[in-house]
Design a protein around this ligand. Structure first.
Ligand SMILES: NC(=O)c1ccc[n+]([C@@H]2O[C@H](COP(=O)([O-])OP(=O)(O)OC[C@H]3O[C@@H](n4cnc5c(N)ncnc54)[C@H](OP(=O)(O)O)[C@@H]3O)[C@@H](O)[C@H]2O)c1
Length: 336
């Protein structure tokens, strides 16, 4: 029987999500990869246990995580029943709908029909009565935002979710969405954008909107799917995401990228960190970022990512070095 580590709350840091009552762990664990029906159940279980033992109270899912679609929720449900049932009130479990899930016009995008049916399916697969956060996974340009967000409001009012979230909305869409949700009486708890040293879009207005509106942010793929780690320094390992050549392509690990990754790795070393630790610390340097949402394929990666919390501070010189080398500007790599 699993008994959670008694010291699990001693070293994790918790950050308030915007102006809400919810605090999230600075590092959260996502189940997009490595938790599907094709993956090794005991490895999934070991990663979830280790994460919780280290104070990671938040697990992030979506209807179509797998493969096959839905199977990450099923895996999570089985592990939840075996290990986490006594800890339900210590956990923030999220799921989403917005990408393709089942055939036909009602299994994708942003209709009220799709979102609420999908949430019911997710709850059944996970074997839980409610999720803590239900997200609209991406904006749907052909459905009125009021309809998609109205479905989140219904999810909350009906008790199937405690909070509403949005993901992949740009700054302007997020600004509209927070107003609509506030008017509905279900304030937006959190936004889930992609953000890392390699993907800087949220800096172009989105984080400003979230800061102003008092909405939290949980940033996904802070390790750029593994590129911002030591994983690819010596080529493409056969058990890596890039080796599968699907969501992360082999061509994404080109010489140009590797040159930047190696230079970033040198900066990380000077900070006494692994590159993964520095990449996690880098997204958390902005106080508007509530949580870094990482994925893992091994227990050791959970440990490594949490170790980032030992050093979250960057000097102005380090930040400018990083910006310089990411911009491919060698002169700013050594600022005077
Ligand atoms: N809202 C959205 O649209 C959206 C989209 C994508 C993701 N997400 C969420 O964000 C979560 C994280 O996304 P992600 O998996 O792309 O995040 P990520 O943290 O950028 O990448 C995770 C991958 O990096 C490698 N890795 C992790 N820690 C490592 C370490 N310490 N050292 C070496 N390698 C390490 C592993 O790759 P290997 O598997 O190769 O070992 C792992 O699978 C997802 O699970 C999901 O919950 C949301």
């Amino acid at each position: 029987m699993y008994v959670a580590e008694s010291k699990r709350y001693d070293s994790m840091q918790y950050r308030r999500s915007g102006r809400s009552g919810i605090q999230l762990p600075a590092i959260s664990l996502g189940l997009w990869h490595n938790f599907g029906g094709v993956d090794h159940f005991e490895n999934c279980r070991a990663m979830l246990r280790r994460a919780f033992d280290l104070g990671i109270t938040h697990f992030d899912l979506a209807n179509n995580y797998g493969p096959p679609y839905g199977s990450a929720e099923e895996t999570f449900g089985q592990i939840f029943k075996k290990d986490f049932l006594p800890y339900r009130d210590e956990l923030i479990i999220s799921t989403k709908a917005g990408y393709d899930m089942w055939p036909g016009p009602y299994g994708d995008l942003g209709s009220r029909k799709y979102l609420l049916a999908s949430l019911d399916q997710s709850l059944k697969r996970m074997g839980i009565a409610y999720v803590d956060i239900f997200y609209h996974h991406r904006p749907d340009p052909d459905t009125p935002m009021e309809e998609s967000l109205g479905a989140l409001d219904t999810a909350v009012r009906s008790g199937r979710a405690l909070y509403a979230g949005i993901s992949n909305y740009d700054a302007e869409q997020a600004s509209r969405a927070t107003k609509i949700l506030r008017d509905l009486g279900t304030p937006c708890l959190i936004h889930q954008p992609k953000y890392s040293m390699f993907v800087r879009e949220p800096e172009k207005g989105l984080l400003d909107v979230l800061g102003k509106e008092g909405v939290g942010s949980i940033v996904f793929s802070p390790l750029a799917q593994g590129l911002l780690t030591n994983r690819y320094l010596q080529g493409i390992p056969s058990d890596s995401r890039a080796a599968r050549d699907f969501f992360l392509k082999k061509k994404d690990v080109g010489e140009d990228k590797l040159t930047k990754i190696r230079s970033l790795n040198e900066i990380a070393k000077q900070r006494g960190q692994t590159l993964a630790e520095m990449a996690v610390a880098w997204v958390l340097r902005d106080p508007r970022v509530t949580s870094a949402l990482v994925g893992t394929s091994k227990v050791s990666q959970v440990d490594d990512n949490v170790a980032a919390l030992k050093n979250l501070k960057f000097s102005a010189e380090e930040l400018s070095k990083i910006d310089g080398l990411l911009a491919g500007n060698p002169s700013s790599q050594n600022p005077r």
